[in-house]
Design a protein around this ligand. Structure first.
Ligand code: FE
Ligand code: CA
Length: 520
């Protein structure tokens, strides 16, 4: 419960911060800044700053049911000695007292520090960085992350990211998992009895369904100090995959339609999108049109003349998976070639084609969720939750990527909990076919790769696989210069240790002008 001294009610009814410059809060139970700070959506002249007031993070936040204002300062120095911005920003009760402050008028390619204050409490200090201006040729350093099941391991990968101070962190989804808790300790996985898993910590509630549940779930994840440190170290660009709502959902189709009605899933989808927004440094809130919730995720972010990052959304507008959700599908399924099936939806596909045709940067990254390249398992089986379930739209995109006018396309993917690198071939059945692009698949921050032996066994039958990292936790560290994009698969040595060492397992290179991948 927030104590009275922290929030002063003014004559206008607003509750405002008492301005105590530079004060550091004692981290008591009622500290409203336990969820830390974050920044995101970096542009040359702006960045979005985030915090959420939640003195009782696992019980709905614990704030009074009133809109608040919070003081925000931005500084050029890491100790916040002088302010270049000092203002009051809104923390609406309707948004769980989250703050989304789009700080405008900033200088390009500049490091900033920021801090929030309310009552006697001050947030941790965050570091962020604006994007370089168009024409700037400097090297871009980015970390790519996905899939961070809280129970399956600690976040040593995020500690490593936080230490490295990247220009940008790109998150490809599965930021939370919706499931209830599993028993602590070593055991077998319910879906994969031959795979041992180690549950190192537990979800605090059963499977999340309501807005209350999702808020508390995000709060539980965000209480992790290493995740918090990575948010405080760099701006993020975030997307959703499936577990932010429900395993393998697509459009308005839940994983298990027999367990939730259409109406229940629509309400759930809205609650999940709302809670995602409330915990992320996003520019746009979700919209509700009758019972249709939508969240603008697909977008592009330009970093000087080097990088155009196109962030895709492969869940919200997706057709239901063809031939069921079995992995891999029991046998080849001709429906997966249906040209009406879509991962992106028509509007996003049209937008993406335009973005690719108009792009003039040296590198063009498609940051999206599931494996893009074909990956054939024995007996012609494929994973219908990946692009193999949507081959017609993949083919249309590959035609765009093959455009010789397009400079250096590279696809980033997550979701599959194992690191890999592919040459995206015009014809995957012909190993010497034209290389259209390179694909870099990031492993998971903490989620186990229950299917790693099936993937490893299939690698020899997929000759376009240039690298397979196996069942290891970690992230991709990418350095993008005029000559090269170099990606390191950095892996966590001991996923069940908070303080695990993180090492480079492999370095992959895409040379400018060559569309394929080399292992260094
Ligand atoms: Fe995942
Ligand atoms: Ca996923």
């Amino acid at each position: 419960m927030a104590s009275r001294r922290r929030f002063l009610v003014t004559s206008s009814g607003l509750i405002v911060a008492t301005p105590l410059a530079g004060a550091w809060a004692s981290k008591s139970d009622s500290d409203p800044f336990q969820l830390g700070v974050a920044s995101g959506c970096p542009r040359p002249n702006q960045v979005t700053l985030w915090t959420r007031l939640a003195p009782a993070p696992l019980q709905g936040g614990g704030m009074p049911d009133e809109d608040l204002t919070v003081r925000c300062r931005i500084s050029r120095d890491s100790e916040m000695r002088t302010s270049i911005v000092d203002t009051l920003v809104n923390a609406p009760a309707e948004d769980a007292h989250s703050v989304h402050f789009i700080a405008k008028g900033l200088a390009p390619n500049t490091e900033y520090f920021y801090q929030f204050y309310v009552g006697e409490d001050a947030s941790p200090i965050g570091r962020t960085r604006t994007a370089p201006a168009p024409g700037d040729e400097r090297t871009i350093r980015l970390a790519v992350a996905s899939c961070q099941h809280f129970e399956a391991g600690y976040y040593a990968a995020y500690a490593d990211i936080a230490r490295s101070l990247p220009d940008l962190v790109v998150h490809l989804g599965d930021y939370i998992y919706e499931y209830g808790p599993r028993p602590l300790g070593r055991g077998t996985h319910p879906l994969q009895p031959d795979v041992e898993i180690n549950v190192v910590r537990q979800h605090a509630s059963p499977e999340v369904v309501t807005q209350w549940d999702y808020r508390n779930r995000y709060a539980q994840y965000r209480l992790d100090p290493d995740l918090q440190a990575a948010h405080a170290a760099a701006p993020w660009v975030v997307s959703m995959d499936d577990h932010e709502i429900d395993n393998n959902w697509a459009g308005y189709h839940p994983e298990d339609p027999h367990r939730q009605t259409d109406l229940e899933f629509r309400v759930r989808r809205w609650a999940a999108m709302k809670a995602f927004y409330e915990h992320m440094p996003l520019e746009h809130p979700p919209r509700l049109n009758n019972l249709d919730a939508s969240l603008q995720i697909y977008d592009q972010f330009q970093f000087g003349s080097q990088l155009n990052l196109m962030l895709l959304d492969t869940r919200q507008y997706r057709s239901d998976q063809p031939c069921g959700q079995a992995f891999p599908a029991d046998d080849d399924c001709s429906d997966r070639h249906d040209p009406a099936l879509t991962m992106l939806g028509q509007n996003q596909e049209t937008w993406l084609k335009g973005a690719l045709r108009n792009s003039d940067t040296q590198w063009n990254l498609l940051a999206q969720q599931t494996w893009f390249s074909e990956f054939r398992y024995p007996e012609e089986r494929y994973n219908m939750d990946q692009w193999d379930g949507y081959t017609a739209q993949r083919g249309r995109l590959m035609d765009e990527l093959a455009n010789p006018q397009l400079s250096n396309p590279v696809i980033l993917s997550g979701d599959w909990h194992c690191g890999a690198g592919f040459d995206v071939l015009k014809d995957f059945s012909q190993p010497d076919s034209e290389k259209v692009a390179a694909e870099l698949a990031v492993t998971s921050i903490s989620s186990p790769c229950l299917w790693s032996s099936a993937v490893a066994a299939a690698v020899p039958d997929n000759a376009h696989t240039k690298y397979y990292g196996g069942d290891q936790r970690g992230y991709l560290w990418c350095e993008i210069s005029s000559e090269n994009m170099i990606a390191e698969n950095r892996v966590v040595v001991a996923p069940d240790r908070v303080d695990s060492v993180v090492v480079n397992h492999a370095s992959l290179r895409v040379e400018a002008g060559k569309r394929g991948l080399d292992r260094l």
